[in-house]
Design a protein around this ligand. Structure first.
Ligand SMILES: Nc1ncnc2c1ncn2[C@@H]1O[C@H](COP(=O)(O)OP(=O)(O)OP(=O)(O)O)[C@@H](O)[C@H]1O
Ligand code: SF4
Ligand SMILES: [Mg+2]
Length: 345
């Protein structure tokens, strides 16, 4: 995704994830491509229902294959994952790739101690002895900032606070040194101070372990904090991608611009309302024709020939930078110059 000639560690090509439902086919992800380099962080941003979680569950092989049509290519370090057997995926999950979610309670079992859950994951992938695995669990709990880890290792999840459970889930996700960590809104449910601590922790751990991270969020402030590259999703497709600086400083797509204008910033006057994007996200059963954003786009009328409602704009990418919009470069320069946000560091 960057302009270096380094081989991508994860490569996703034309990914489609379609669900069969009683109402018809839900095209949750509909032709998505991106790359991620070793040790880098890709931020995926988009409104609720844009396909962020579905994309990442597909990478991890966690969809029910009988009810889900998945097409395209997902290559992790030379291994094609979409055609991998359940057994191979089971081996890779937790070991080479792992995931943390918004809700730690849902991914931790209430019936086993935190220590047992971390050490069992470790033993499953390394064959370590029980005592080695317990020592490793204590070490990981210390590493993620749990006080008195040699005591707290025997606690059950309900004995931990929300922030501590999130840390424990990170410890469990990183216990086998995975090379890819998928973080799906891991801080959304936490208060701002704990959120900042968890973000710092992830950055530290990434530095230490060299983990590549996909960080999913609807919050551009979080993207500004953690991402190297950014992918903006709308209605199951990528509408814009580039480095954090490119996307946040000079957005090329009206949807990204809308996200930036609806983002609170420290210098935003409290008496001036933010501009949420009008309208609602598209139906994925019957997506709009042409550009999926056209029913909500204030620039659609600037494009000649009504193209926005009839022709899907292609995503043209050069050196990892691109957007899918019919506006010309000159039009964007003219219309967007005063509006772009200043969220990038
Ligand atoms: N198993 C499923 N069967 C049918 N539709 C599904 C299924 N899983 C997800 N969807 C639909 O796919 C679309 C994308 O869902 P997804 O969970 O990826 O959204 P998201 O971008 O992660 O949103 P959020 O920010 O709310 O987490 C949604 O319309 C959702 O209802
Ligand atoms: S293609 Fe048209 S509708 Fe879509 S974002 Fe660009 S201007 Fe708006
Ligand atoms: Mg989600």
């Amino acid at each position: 995704m960057t302009s270096t000639d380094q081989q991508p560690f994860l490569s996703v090509r034309d990914l489609k994830v379609h669900f069969s439902t009683e109402d018809g086919i839900v095209k949750a992800v509909d032709g998505l491509s991106f790359d991620l380099l070793k040790g880098k962080t890709l931020g995926i941003v988009g409104e609720s229902g844009s396909g962020k979680s579905v994309t990442n569950l597909a990478i991890l092989g966690l969809h029910d294959r009988d009810r889900t049509a998945i097409e395209g290519e997902v290559v992790l370090d030379d291994k094609e994952l979409l055609t991998a057997s359940e057994r191979e995926l089971e081996r890779l999950r937790g070991n080479k790739m792992s995931m943390i979610f918004q809700d730690a309670l849902a991914s931790l079992s209430p019936y086993h101690t935190i220590g047992k859950q971390i050490s069992e994951t470790y033993r499953k992938h390394t064959g370590a002895s029980k005592s080695q695995a317990r020592a490793r669990a204590i070490e990981m709990l210390r590493r993620v900032g749990i006080p008195q880890p040699e005591v707290r290792v025997d606690d059950y999840p309900h004995q931990f606070s929300g922030g501590m459970r999130q840390r424990a889930m990170i410890a469990m996700a990183l216990v086998c040194d995975p090379e890819l960590l998928i973080a799906d809104e891991p801080t959304t449910a936490l208060d701002v101070t704990v959120q900042a601590q968890i973000m710092d922790l992830l950055k530290d751990l990434q530095q230490e372990f060299g983990t590549a991270i996909i960080f999913i969020t609807h919050d551009l402030g979080v993207i500004a904090d953690i991402a190297d590259d950014v992918l903006v999703m709308y209605g199951g497709r990528c509408v814009e991608r580039g480095t954090k600086k490119e996307v946040l400083r000079s957005p090329q797509h009206p949807y990204t611009l809308g996200l930036l204008s609806s983002m609170p910033s420290l210098d935003h006057p409290v008496d001036v309302p933010l501009n949420p994007i009008p309208g609602s996200p598209p139906s994925l059963l019957n997506p709009p024709t042409g550009c999926r954003f056209h029913p909500r786009c204030t620039f659609a009328e600037k494009v000649e020939g009504g193209l926005c409602s009839t022709e899907q704009p292609p995503l043209e990418v050069t050196n990892g930078r691109g957007s899918a919009c019919h506006l010309t470069a000159d039009q964007r320069a003219e219309y967007f110059s005063d509006l772009a946000g200043s969220a990038a560091n």
